[in-house]
Design a protein around this ligand. Sequence first.
Ligand code: GLU
Length: 471
Amino acid sequence: MSTTSDLSFLESVNASFNLAAEALDLPKGLARQIRTCNAVCEMKFGVELHGGYEIFTGWRATHSEHVLPAKGGIRYAPFADQQEVEALAALMTYKCSIVNVPFAGSKGALCINPKKYSLEELEHITRRFAQELDKRGLLGPGINVPAPDMGTGQRMMSWIADEYQKLHPNEINAKACVTGKPVHFGGVQGRVEATGRGVQYGIQEFFRHPEDVSKANLSGGLEGKRIIVQGLGNVGYHAAKFLEEEDGALIHGIIERDGAIICDQGLHTEDVYQFKLEHGKLEGFPEGTFIKNGNDALELPCDILIPAAMEGVISIANADRIQAKVIAEAANGPITFDADKILLNKGIFVIPDTYLNAGGVTVSYFEWLKNLSHVRFGRMDRRFIEAQGAKIINLLDSGIEKPLDECAKAELLKGPDEITLVRSGLQDTMCEAYQEIKEMHDSNPKIRDRRTAAFASAIRKIGDIYDSMYL
Ligand code: GLU
């Protein structure tokens, strides 16, 4: 959490937005129109539990409606509040625009500690929340489409989809009212890993730009780079696992609620994750050194620091002591506005959240498209593409002396399945958006960092849409 002298989360988001808007030449009032949260609904509803009633408080903020549906997760957290939901909804607007996903921004939260309830109780509560959202026009494939966020997951999304289907039995696209569903219930392959996968692709893209790498006082590629990850939830776990197993990065430290594990030789993310699943904590993990005050590990020297837990963890209270060369923001809003300035002056290269964690909503977009088209990706063309591969092999084999080896043949023969298409679509999205942000940065001397460039890229695109609308 940020210290008292930092701006609040919402103020931080708006301050970053303002900085970018000032760097652009916008018609009067447009920046305000884009920045303003269009609607926030607070809901209080009773649920019959344990022979009595319990009252729950939830919110859904619709930050923008320049395209529809509005999109964004639902968070279950005991300390959720309206301001946080508004800040997160605003980030969704910019995030979608940055990665060219045609959704507006929304976010929801329910004030609840999900760990205190049984599965049946959570189902009951979630279905009631879905009814409340639906009756206020805050749920539907063309209006507002939630997804998982902190404290929620696939199971809850399938309860919401099922509840919506019951309420709208004639809606043929009902399943598209929510994303992040299990694959057997209308989900898409690769959605669970998507945010972590997007973080990996975004960091890979950074290393494909040597001028950015040297700005961060680094050299070479991802292999052997020392990484500290904060948060071994869905996003942190997948990002660390892929960077370690596929890119050869060295996981120097993992920070969790109860403390951090630091290991010079590198940790195996999967082992740490399994240990945490079994014991509910990191303390006692057989390798490395355990540090009780986990947040101290944010300040250790490393090449890449990946905050993947929550907002405001790097504030004016610790920004000065951060020694990472790159901060890759996998969480939403982990750096406060004031801390950002300190990091910039220290020469730390920040890959901003609005870009880097957009993998989740990008694959949500693919899931929504799959639901609307009622067909799995690859179903129509996989066999056709495989047949084409076979023809190419036959042609090559007949024209060359030495036939192709079996591996090359297998590659050419393989038509794309759903997971392959989802990953390639996500990778393309992350590469293209990185390029757009970089171009915005390089072409505007008033822009000093990638966060401002990312905001400016979003403002430009959303502004163009407003320009064509009659308000
Ligand atoms: N909750 C995720 C986010 O913050 C995903 C949102 C979505 O898929 O709609 O980006």
